[in-house]
Design a protein around this ligand. Structure first.
Ligand code: SF4
Length: 359
C-alpha cells in the first residue's frame, strides 16, 4: 500500500487500519471517527489541519503519515456540462495518469471512476484498452477522484449533489478487486463519504471469481459489459474477456447471483455500426437475456481516432432498441455525454499523452 521511503497515505487506510494507527500513537480507537471525518467530509490536505485534535496528536499524526490527493492536471468542460478531470497520481516510477468524469443529470451528478491506470483487457473498441495496463490504483487513489469532484462541485454548483458512482472509467474494476472492495467499504461509512449501496455500480467484462463474489456481496449493483450476443463475435471485439470467461459460462455465473425483487443486472451494449447492431443480433441478445433478470443499456459508439469502428446508423439503433422493447426487455439508450472532450464511453484515455486532447 505504501511506497518505500514514503509515509503512508491516510487516504489508503481502511477505517480499521486508521484505528490501529491511532492506537499505535497512544490514542483510543474512537479517535479514528474524528480523523475519518476530516479525511472524507472535510477533505483536509494535512493532518495539521485537523483542528479538533490536540496539537500534539496532529503533530504525531503528521510525523507518521500524510495525505496525498490526486493532482488535477487538466479539467475539460463539455458544452453539455460534463467535466473530465485528468489526474496525476504519485511520483517517480509509480507516477500514473488517469481520468474521471462528472456527468450532470436532471437532479444530481453521476461520477464515472477509474480503478486502474490503463487496462490489460484490450477490448478492441476502447481507447483505454489500447494503452495496456500501467498499474492498479490504491483505495485512496480510487476515492481521491471523488474528493476532486466534490471540491469542483463545491466551487461551481452547490445546487445538485454527487449522488451516483459508476466504476466504468479506466480499467477493469474486478482485476483490482481488493482495493475496489476497500474503497467501496469506505464509501459506505456514515462518518465518511456515506454513499448508499443503491448508488454504486461496478461495471465488469466478467472476471471470475470477482463477479460472483461482488454480486453476492450486496455492496453495489453489477453491470456487465456484454457488447456482443454470441461468443464468436465477443471473441472478435473483446477477445481477452471472451476467452477468459466464455459467454455461456458468463451467463451461468450471473444466474448464481442472488437478486432482491427489484434488483436486476445491467448489461452494457455498445452498438458498433455494422458489427453488432443488426436485428438478428438483437434477437440473439433477447435469447441470452431470457436466462437472466437483466436490463440493457445501449450506447451508440462514438468514433475514436485510430479505432476501426463506426457510429451506428440512428435507424439501426432505433430498430435494435425496439426489438428488445417488443420482447419485454427494459432497455435504455444512454446518451453519451462529453463527446467533445473525449469523455464518453470507451473514450477514456490519457489522450493528452498522445497529443490529441483539446483544452
Ligand atoms: S472496455 Fe473496460 S475492460 Fe475493456 S479495455 Fe476498456 S476499460 Fe478495459
Amino acid at each position: 500500500m505504501t511506497l518505500a521511503g514514503k509515509k503512508p497515505n491516510l487516504l489508503d487506510l481502511s477505517f480499521h487500519q486508521l484505528e490501529a494507527l491511532l492506537v499505535s500513537l497512544g490514542e483510543p480507537p474512537f479517535r479514528a471517527r474524528q480523523v475519518w471525518q476530516w479525511l472524507w467530509q472535510k477533505a483536509v490536505a494535512s493532518p495539521l489541519s485537523m483542528t479538533n485534535l490536540s496539537k500534539a496528536l496532529r503533530e504525531r499524526l503528521a510525523e507518521a503519515a500524510e495525505i496525498r490527493m490526486p493532482r488535477v492536471a487538466q479539467k475539460l468542460e463539455s458544452s453539455d456540462g460534463t467535466v473530465k478531470f485528468v489526474l496525476d497520481l504519485d511520483e517517480g516510477e509509480n507516477a500514473a495518469s488517469i481520468e474521471t468524469v462528472l456527468i450532470p443529470e436532471k437532479t444530481h451528478y453521476t461520477q464515472c471512476l477509474s480503478t486502474q491506470a490503463g487496462c490489460a483487457m484490450a477490448c478492441t473498441f476502447c481507447r483505454t484498452g489500447q494503452m495496456g495496463l500501467t498499474r492498479n490504483l490504491t483505495p485512496g487513489e480510487i476515492l481521491g477522484q471523488i474528493l476532486v469532484a466534490k471540491a469542483h462541485l463545491a466551487a461551481v454548483d452547490t445546487r445538485l449533489n454527487l449522488r451516483n458512482l459508476v466504476f466504468m472509467g479506466m480499467g477493469e474494476p474486478l482485476l483490482n478487486y481488493n482495493n475496489l472492495l476497500q474503497a467501496i467499504e469506505a464509501l459506505h461509512h456514515p462518518q465518511g463519504l456515506d454513499f448508499s449501496t443503491r448508488r454504486i455500480t461496478v461495471s465488469t467484462v466478467g472476471i471470475v471469481p470477482g463477479i460472483l463474489e461482488f454480486g453476492r456481496s450486496g455492496m453495489g449493483a453489477l453491470a456487465v459489459s456484454l457488447h456482443a450476443p454470441t461468443q464468436e463475435l465477443r471473441e472478435k471485439i473483446m477477445p481477452k474477456a471472451a476467452k477468459a470467461l466464455p459467454l455461456n459460462k458468463l451467463i451461468e455465473t450471473l444466474k448464481q447471483i442472488p437478486l432482491k425483487p427489484r434488483e436486476t443486472i445491467t448489461f452494457e451494449y455498445v452498438l458498433l455500426g455494422g458489427v453488432n447492431d443488426s436485428l438478428q443480433q438483437a434477437k440473439e441478445l433477447v435469447r441470452i437475456l431470457s436466462h437472466v433478470k437483466g436490463k440493457v443499456n445501449l450506447i451508440a459508439y462514438n468514433e475514436s481516432p485510430g479505432l476501426p469502428y463506426k457510429t451506428p446508423d440512428p435507424a439501426a439503433v432505433e430498430a435494435f432498441q425496439k426489438a428488445l422493447w417488443d420482447k419485454g426487455i427494459t432497455v435504455t439508450l444512454r446518451k453519451s455525454k462529453g463527446r467533445d472532450i473525449f469523455a464518453a464511453c470507451g473514450q477514456l484515455l490519457a489522450a493528452h499523452e498522445m497529443g490529441e486532447e483539446k483544452e
